[in-house]
Ligand binder design. Structure first.
Ligand code: PRP
Ligand code: URA
Length: 210
């Protein structure tokens, strides 16, 4: 597993407001999108491009465009949905699939309740979006499923991660092409396996308690 933690003052500034328990829901949502865009800038460095001719008002030259097959973006519902807009702003032509997963707060095991992905995943870079990588169970389950379906390369983009969760991902995908891009690696997990200091329950702060 390759870990990318972009060092950028804007990421640190926005993360600090995101963590604040007094940050209101609309601001929280906006910041999740903005952080996603900043992280996506780093996470998309490996997307494949091909040369194309382009004529400017002044001259003809050569540029690039994204190659086919276009990347696939897979937000993990619920909380990952809050990151989608920030990602598609940078990659408007990407295809989007969905995985619905929820972590059992007693056993910490993730359950998948929704799967909607295109047929063909091989040869395309897949991006999994989930703001929180705590024990790592949910992201491991999501990436495992993409590999089962034929994906070869997966990049997970998360806003916060715990060292334990990153270690679990590293061990689980020792022989696979997995990259994790994360805004900050926090201190650890509390006795309920919430990230510390973290930001609380990302899904609840985005959408309210259901
Ligand atoms: C949260 C979060 C991750 C998962 C992280 O989702 O968005 O998917 O927990 O925990 P883990 O690394 O220990 O698996 P949650 O299960 O609360 O569902 P939600 O997005 O619907 O709120
Ligand atoms: N899920 C969250 O939303 N936050 C955490 O800190 C851990 C799991």
């Amino acid at each position: 597993m390759r870990l990318i933690t972009p060092e950028h003052p804007l990421i640190k500034h926005k993360l600090t407001i995101l963590r604040d328990e007094n940050t209101p829901q609309p601001v929280f949502r906006q910041l999740v999108e903005e952080l996603m865009t900043l992280l996506a800038y780093e996470g998309t460095r490996d997307v494949a491009v091909e040369s194309v001719p382009v004529t400017t008002p002044v001259a003809s030259t050569t540029g690039v465009r994204l190659s086919e097959p276009l990347p696939l973006v897979v937000p993990i519902l619920r909380a990952g949905l809050g990151m989608l807009e920030g990602m598609t702003r940078l990659l408007p032509t990407a295809e989007v699939g969905f995985l619905g997963m929820v972590r059992d707060e007693q056993t910490l095991q993730p359950t998948t309740y929704a799967k909607r992905l295109p047929e063909e995943l091989s040869d395309r870079l897949c991006f999994v979006l989930d703001p929180m990588l705590a024990t790592g169970g949910s992201i491991i389950g999501a990436i495992d499923y993409l590999f089962e379906r034929g994906a070869q390369r997966v990049t997970a983009i998360c806003i916060l991660a715990a060292p334990q969760g990153l270690e679990a991902v590293r061990e689980h995908f020792a022989d696979r092409d997995v990259t994790v891009v994360v805004g900050a690696v926090d201190e650890g997990l509390n006795d309920r396996s919430y990230i510390v200091p973290g930001l609380g329950d990302a899904g609840d702060r985005l959408y309210g308690t259901i």
